[in-house]
Design a binder for this molecule. Structure first.
Ligand code: AMP
Ligand code: GLY
Length: 438
């Protein structure tokens, strides 16, 4: 079973994205075992995977050295912004992710906007403010709709798309005067509203070369028809038909390559996953809404469900600066993931509710349908909710519609008090197919 080249790898994080990373790595013929730190109830039940109850970065580095972990993959932004990559590298440990400096592309919106302007990457016009009076004047001058963003990391809660000048001024006051976002909101970026359709374009980068992953689309609002508050993401599918071959080429040429080359020119080689949140206008032109220095969650779940190439091969090439020598193969089918959230999400999620209807062993309902876990834990053999986004049920199908039908059939089997999910994940792709796939 564990051949001479069998390796052990570490995944850092606790969400659905990390469960999908661990699940996919565990299926590599090269991998003997995957550790997830700290993991969740799903990674605890995943064959070939176990949880490591640690989040302290030094403790993780010591574990990786002691257990001869071949490489570490970082899921979320917080440890990246805290410098996990710098720490591991300083100790000679292999890790896939950006350094703390490079992670500023996500951890500071002001840094990201200035970077885009400097390197000619298309994005909405903007200005940054620390002074509320000046920010209010700018809002009045530009008019609504307008977008107010906290500069720092705010777990998806730092963006207000204001429909009126009044609403934008309230957002400015909430961040700069009332300091409701803490230091993350001590500076705000105010930018023009962009219309169009959003898509997630994620690549692996090795400092110089990139390998694009399959395209995807998230659903950020809590309720059907894109209503309700913004969330971390309520479901996703891959591929996203809005990323036509032409848009794909433009995204690489206008956004991704200038970003990787710009980071190199500025002296912070970008390694790791790089996520460009794109707004695609009806004429196919694109602008960057945000950069993230990681895979998306829930985008990672359908993307990884479609990955046919051994992820170990891709990560090894990335760590050696040879991503130009490798290609990723994707399942031709679509994958679609439906997030089930807990009562009270996103404001005040309730936890501790027992979950029924999950697969009896492991997390797969069948080969093409998996319940990836996020906010869950196992207690006395029972799976309980323990966070806002609880599960992401992900299925493959010959079309988005078939993937959707499969995912929802599995969602129907799952029960817990207060569970909530959207019933329309995939609607944009289906609207497009109904219009004749333009
Ligand atoms: P961000 O965290 O910057 O991606 O913003 C969160 C969400 O706010 C995005 O997914 C968009 O739906 C929306 N958004 C952000 N910036 C803009 C913009 N300039 N125009 C329109 N919508 C935006
Ligand atoms: N799903 C959006 C994100 O991960 O940022």
């Amino acid at each position: 079973m564990s051949g001479p080249h069998a390796i052990r790898v570490l995944v850092v994080g606790a969400g659905g994205r990390e469960h999908a990373l661990a699940w996919r790595l565990a299926r590599s013929p090269r991998v003997r075992h995957v550790y997830v730190a700290p993991g969740n109830g799903g990674t605890a039940r995943e064959p070939g995977v176990s949880n490591l109850p640690a989040t302290d970065l030094v403790a993780l580095a010591e574990f990786a050295a002691r257990e001869q972990i071949e490489f570490t993959v970082v899921g979320p932004e917080a440890p990246l912004a805290a410098g996990i990559v710098d720490l591991f590298r300083a100790r000679g440990l292999k890790i896939f992710g950006p350094t703390r400096e490079a992670a500023q592309l996500e951890s500071s919106k002001d840094f990201a906007k200035a970077f885009m302007v400097r390197h000619g990457i298309p994005t909405a016009s903007y200005r940054s403010f620390e002074d509320p009076a000046r920010a209010r004047d700018y809002v009045r001058e530009r008019g609504a709709p307008i977008v107010v963003k906290a500069d720092g990391l705010a777990a998806g809660k730092g963006v207000v798309v204001a429909q009126s000048v009044q609403q934008a001024i309230e957002a400015v006051d909430m961040m700069l005067v009332d300091a409701r976002m803490g230091s993350a909101g001590a500076r705000v970026v105010i930018e023009d509203f962009l219309g169009g359709e959003e898509a997630s374009f994620i690549v692996m980068a090795d400092g110089h070369h990139v390998l694009p992953l399959a395209s995807s689309q998230d659903h950020k609002r809590l309720e059907d028809a894109d209503r309700g508050p913004n969330t971390g993401g309520m479901g996703a599918y891959s591929p996203a038909p809005v990323i036509t071959p032409d848009v794909h080429a433009r995204a690489l040429r206008e956004v991704i390559m200038p970003a990787v080359q710009g980071m190199a020119a500025d002296g912070h080689l970008y390694t790791g996953f790089l996520y460009a949140g794109l707004m695609v206008a009806p004429d196919g032109s694109i602008r960057v809404l945000e950069f993230n220095c990681r895979m998306g969650d829930p985008e990672a779940q359908p993307i990884l469900a479609r990955l046919k190439t051994d992820p170990v091969l891709l990560i090894e090439h990335a760590l050696e600066g040879r991503l130009n020598e490798v290609e990723a193969q994707w399942d031709r089918r679509s994958a679609l993931g439906v997030v089930i959230s807990a009562a009270g999400y996103p404001q005040a999620p309730r936890s501790g509710d027992p979950i029924d209807g999950l697969p009896a062993k492991g997390n797969a309902f069948d080969d093409d349908c998996i319940a990836f876990h996020a906010g869950t834990r196992v207690e006395d053999g029972r799976v309980l909710t323990s966070g806002g986004r609880v599960l992401c049920v992900t299925a493959l199908g010959d079309s988005v519609k078939m993937a959707q039908a499969r995912a929802y059939a599995a969602v129907d089997r799952i029960r817990f008090d207060g569970m909530h999910y959207r019933r329309d994940i995939g609607h944009r792709a289906m609207d497009r197919a109904n219009r004749g796939g333009d």
